[in-house]
Structures are given as structure tokens and as C-alpha cells.
Design a binder for this molecule. Sequence first.
Ligand SMILES: Cc1ncc(COP(=O)(O)O)c(C=O)c1O
Length: 357
Amino acid sequence: MAQQTRPSALVDLRSDTVTKPTPEMRDAMRDAEVGDDVMGEDPTVQQLEAMAAERMGMEAGLFVASGTMANQVCVCTHTRRGQEMIIEENAHILHFEAGTIAAFAGVQPKPLPSVRGAMDPADVEAAIRPDNEHFPRTGLITVENTHNMEGGAAVPKENMAAVIDVGRRRGIPVHIDGARIFNAAIALGVSPGELVAGASSVAFCFSKGLGCPIGSVITGSREFIAEARRVRKMFGGGMRQAGVIAAPAIVALESMVDRLGQDHEHARILADALAELPGVTLDPADVQTNIIIFEFERDDMDAQQLVAGMRERGVLINPRPRIQPREAERIRVVTHSDVSREDIDHAVAAFRAVLAL
Ligand SMILES: Cc1ncc(COP(=O)(O)O)c(C=O)c1O
């Protein structure tokens, strides 16, 4: 694949959302059979939704514009206003979705600590509100896998199963923000279906590691998806000839999943090199997938200067925004399908040059 081998003018490690569609995706977009999807007439969207559901072991799927829309449609569909949702304290839904759980769903968060995204199932159970008119009702439990702000940590299958079991026993739906669920499954050596077994809904993204220009999908029971479809319409997310954007997602499911291990390998090479450099605090063993987050502290340089120095050498990286008070400064580096092995070598050399004592 041309994108795998070219030495880039700029090596863009800011996010796995920066990828450009592959030639196969462009062809698929051009050739897609389409219809009005709000009228249920787009065969390409329907094919994608069925494929996505099958991969997650769910009955049905719903194509949406973004990961944020996927999560928020799910939160709105599962909950009622005034309820509380149990959520890991550094979760994307809590910090990076513009306050939508409050603004649209009208629910409040009950944030819980975790070990790299894995909440203690006993904490989850204890956080469920007893029946008391003073308390909000617990309407939802969410799990993020992989966990973005925890450096792409893959939440283990046993932990997922235990949290999902709490929800099932207590009659509370469990939503999985699986924006990068295939990265998690590959890192853990399980199928995505096994990883999310028993969950009420799973959202995942095509426009991250899978390399698509747009799109996410929600999967769940037929009944849940029928209701989510209404909620998507309320969000203005009903799309017409959406087959043109569903088509590259089909290409991605068929050809971009198995290659994710290569992004993980690239991240490990970067992590091993970074861990040796002065000012960087990083345990390479924590890098399980395609995201590296490291603490950066030096007397002679701050994170912005590191970012600027890397840019001068043709490598784009970003500081990871602070989401908790008094957190150390952190940098986030992400590998993806538009980053070749040569690009990784170039990035390692650039980090060494900028951070050399
Ligand atoms: C874990 C997680 N969930 C959801 C999203 C939202 O996706 P989008 O940017 O497509 O709205 C992201 C985006 O980075 C994410 O990392």
C-alpha cells in the first residue's frame, strides 16, 4: 500500500484521525450503490450496519456521523433526564464531548477511578444508587475500550465481563465506548464480540485506526437500535445517500482491521526510544496499542517547546490536555495507517535530536 511505505514530508503523530482515505476507499465511494437512508433505502449503509453488528455479536447496527454522536445517541437512548451514569473518571464522554450528557441527555456523571481504564466491578456495584427519593437513579454504566486518556490501554476482557455482569444483575444497561475496540481486541488477542459480550450497546469508529474519512456505528439489540434511530433523527443525524461514506467503512472492516497490530508495533518502537530520553517518564510496557502518553518535565524545556522542536524536524505531536487538577504535563503520540516504519525511525531521530542533553 503506497501509504505504508512513503517517507512523509510531515510525520503526523497528533492523532489516528488524520489519515487520508486509501485508493480502495476512494474507489468504493465512487462506485457505492446508494438510496435514501432515512427511508431505509441505502443498500450500502444497510450492508455496513449488518457487518458491524455481526462483528460485535449484536443484532443490529446504526451508522452515525461521529464517535461523539454515537456515544451521545446511546446515552440519550438508554437514559432519562435526571438520571446518573457511572463512568470512568478520565473518559472521553466525560471530558471531550462538550458537556453533551448534561446538555442533551440531561444526566449527571458518577465518575469512578480506574486502573488504566478498568474500573473495579465492586466500585461500580457500590456506585449504583439505592432507591431513595433524594438520589438520582442510576441509568447507565459506561466503559471505554481502548481508553484514550490512559494511553490507549486495553481494558481486559475479564474486567469488561465483570462490569457488564454488574449491569445485568442490577438491571442497568452497559454502554461500551469502543471508538478503538478493534485495537483493544487485537492487543488482548480476543475477538471484539468476545470482549463486549453481554453489553447493551457498543459504539466504534471508522475514522480512527481504520482510516476512514468519516463515520461511526452503534450496535445493539434490534429494539435498542430502532429507538436509537429515532434519537439520531432528533440529533439531525438522519443521512440520505450515505452509502458514499458507508462504502469506505466496508473497505475498512474488510482490510484495515488486521493491520492494526502494525500500528501497535510502531508505538512500541517509539515508546522504547522515548523512555530512554531525559525529561520523559514512560513505562513502555504500558503501551499496548497505538497511543503513547508520557509525562514531560524538564527545567530547560516545556511541552510547547518540545512540540515546536519536533515540528521543525517535520514531526507533529500534541500536548495531552490537562483533565484533572494539578496533573503533570503530558504529551500524546498516536500511530496509524499513514505512518510507515521509515516515519517512525524519523520520529525517533527527531525526539533524540530535540531532547538530547
Ligand atoms: C474513546 C473515544 N470515544 C469517542 C471519541 C469521539 O469520536 P469523534 O471525534 O468521531 O466524535 C473519541 C475521539 O477521539 C475517542 O477517543
